[in-house]
Ligand binder design. Sequence first.
Ligand SMILES: Nc1ncnc2c1ncn2[C@@H]1O[C@H](COP(=O)(O)OP(=O)(O)O)[C@@H](O)[C@H]1O
Ligand SMILES: [Mg+2]
Length: 285
Amino acid sequence: MADYILEAENLSYIYPDGTQALKGLYLRIPRSQKTAVLGSNGAGKSTLFLHFNGILKPKSGTVKFNGNNVSYDRRSLLELRKNVGIVFQDPDSQLFSASVYQEISFGPLNLGLTEKTVRDRVERAMTATGINELKDKPTHMLSYGQKKRVTIADILAMEPQVLICDEPTAWLDPKHAKQTLQLFDKIIQNGTTVVLSTHDVDLAYSWADYVFIMSDGRVIGEGVPDKVFSDDALLRNADLDRPWLVDVHDLLIKKGCIPPKATLPRNKEELFEKILYHGICTGEQ
Ligand SMILES: Nc1ncnc2c1ncn2[C@@H]1O[C@H](COP(=O)(O)OP(=O)(O)O)[C@@H](O)[C@H]1O
Ligand SMILES: [Mg+2]
């Protein structure tokens, strides 16, 4: 099996109104990891994602899934969409069934699975996203955050090899944003690849195993979070700020509170540990 589940080679795309959204973009998404595509608004993240399951067809360049070029005939696209599930940024563009249960069962029913298998998959997806109590609710009556969780359950019930989520935490309250990221951590454990797009540097920094930085239709940097977020010039070029954890960590080193060259803390807890272990603060009251 190829090491990379999705690849884009020299990918270009122009919208009908003439906007060139992708400009010869290269990227390879590692299998079974948490990948974040980070970029400010208009960088081309959503356009890129729409190429991953063939909703958009490149003007030039290629998209590969599991090492094979994507084909755009009906049968190949159906097969691709079974394996590459996309959760759109706006849940209203994805929901179309009457009730939550019907909505989530629609995809698996279309795969020709038995009724029992469909039921099991829908139940599992509802449990994973914490929406069991919404089962019989009409989808148009849900709150934005609830709709978002239903769209994630929609895709989970398809059991794709890769789950792609466009700005998954935008408009979610902190509690549900955290739950969604924890859910992705769980999904990864079954070997599913999770790819998300975000303009939130703090989210990409603390969540991802691997990060691509996009700007103006291209990937202008990539790597593990430690590397990418230590590169100030790269962040500046992409119109992105440094994650607050990196800023605070730097300041603590400058002020002599913790030794230089220490590895970067990935979350608040790791930062506190460093301060207590190395720092001038003893933790005593
Ligand atoms: N349907 C569309 N028609 C014309 N231009 C579009 C369309 N969708 C996006 N664009 C443009 O393409 C560029 C990339 O947009 P997008 O992929 O949505 O970026 P991101 O998701 O990173 O915010 C932007 O300049 C945006 O205005
Ligand atoms: Mg977008």
